[in-house]
Design a protein around this ligand. Structure first.
Ligand SMILES: [Zn+2]
Length: 296
C-alpha cells in the first residue's frame, strides 16, 4: 500500500501534532462523529472561520466570479484508484494522469493552481441526510469532497498551515429511486463499496477513469464559495470552499452501501458529517449563470 499525502492528512497529521506539541489543543487523536464535532477541541472549537456552514441564495453575495477551470480532469488516470476505508469516510488518492500531470483547478475565488489530491464522501443514515453543507436549509443525502492543494506548497501537511493552502470542491447528491442519468465513473467507485466495509480495507477500482467522470454531468458554472476550514480535526482554517448548487441524482442502492461501512470500532459509520458552524461575519459568494435573479 502506498503511503500517500492524503493518508497523512487524515490519519497521520493528528498524530504528528501529538508527538510535536504538548499543547492540549492538539490532542484530538481518536475522534468520531458521535457528537458531530462538538467535542473535537482545538481549532475545531476555537476557530472563527469554520466549516461546514449553512449556504443560502438570499444571504450570499451574487457576484461575477470566474468559473472554475478544470485542467486534466478529462485525462484518464495512470494508475487505478484505490478505495480505502479510513474509519471516518471512504476515500481515494488521485494519482497522476496518463500524460504525467495531476488534474488541477483554477478560477472562482482561487488565486493560482490547486492540484487534485483525493476525494471522499460524507453521508447520513437510513433515517437522516448526511451532507455537511446545507443549501437554503436543506441537507442532502451525500456530499462528495474533492480536495486540492495549492501547488505553491510542497504537500498537504504544509498546505494546511496556510489560509490559501487548500481548495475543496463540494458536490451534493440526492437519492433518486430510478435515476434517468447514469454516471459511469461514480458507478465504478460504488461498485467497490461493499469491499471496504471493514476499517482499513482497500479495493482497487477496475478500469481507467478520469477525475472529471466523478462529476457526472454537473453544471459547474453555478456555485457558492467562501473561506473556511477542514471539516475534520484539526479543522485547519486553510480551505477555500466551492460548493456547487446543482444536486446530482444518486441511486438509493449506492447510498445504502455507504450506510454499511464500519468504523475502527466495528460500529456503523453513519452520519459522518460535522454540524454547521457560525458564519462569524464571513462573506459567502454565489456565482450564477442565471441572469438577474438570485438563482433560486
Ligand atoms: Zn470532507
Amino acid at each position: 500500500m502506498q503511503s500517500s499525502v492524503f493518508h497523512r492528512l487524515f490519519l497521520l497529521l493528528p498524530l504528528a501534532y501529538q508527538h510535536t506539541s504538548n499543547d492540549a489543543d492538539h490532542k484530538v487523536t481518536h475522534w468520531n462523529y458521535e457528537y458531530h464535532g462538538t467535542n473535537w477541541g482545538g481549532t475545531c472549537q476555537s476557530g472563527v472561520q469554520q466549516s461546514p456552514i449553512q449556504l443560502a441564495y438570499d444571504k450570499a453575495y451574487t457576484v461575477p466570479l470566474p468559473r472554475i477551470v478544470f485542467k486534466n480532469y478529462d485525462v484518464r488516470l495512470k494508475e487505478p484508484l484505490i478505495l480505502e476505508n479510513n474509519g471516518h469516510s471512504v476515500h481515494m488518492d488521485i494519482p497522476e494522469t496518463q500524460n504525467g500531470n495531476k488534474p488541477y483547478i483554477m478560477g472562482g475565488l482561487l488565486k493560482g493552481r490547486y492540484q487534485a489530491e483525493g476525494f471522499h464522501f460524507h453521508w447520513g443514515s437510513p433515517k437522516s441526510r448526511g451532507s455537511e453543507h446545507s443549501i437554503s436549509e436543506r441537507r442532502f443525502d451525500v456530499e462528495m469532497h474533492i480536495v486540492h492543494r495549492n501547488v505553491r506548497y510542497d504537500d498537504l501537511k504544509e498546505a494546511v498551515k496556510h489560509d490559501d493552502g487548500i481548495a475543496v470542491l463540494g458536490i451534493m447528491f440526492k437519492i433518486v429511486r430510478n435515476p434517468d442519468r447514469i454516471y459511469p465513473g461514480l458507478n465504478k467507485v460504488f461498485a467497490e463499496m461493499s469491499n471496504v466495509v471493514k476499517y482499513k480495507s482497500e479495493s482497487e477500482i477496475s478500469g481507467s477513469i478520469s477525475v472529471g467522470q466523478l462529476l457526472g454531468d454537473l453544471d459547474t458554472r453555478n456555485f457558492f464559495t467562501y473561506k473556511g476550514s477542514l471539516t475534520t480535526p484539526d479543522c485547519n482554517e486553510a480551505v477555500t470552499w466551492t460548493v456547487f448548487s446543482q444536486v446530482l441524482p444518486i441511486p438509493f442502492g449506492h447510498v445504502a452501501k455507504l450506510w454499511r461501512i464500519r468504523d475502527s470500532s466495528g460500529h456503523s459509520l453513519i452520519n459522518n458529517y460535522r454540524s454547521t458552524q457560525p458564519l462569524n461575519g464571513r462573506s459567502v459568494f454565489y456565482r450564477t449563470t442565471i441572469d438577474g435573479t438570485m438563482g433560486k
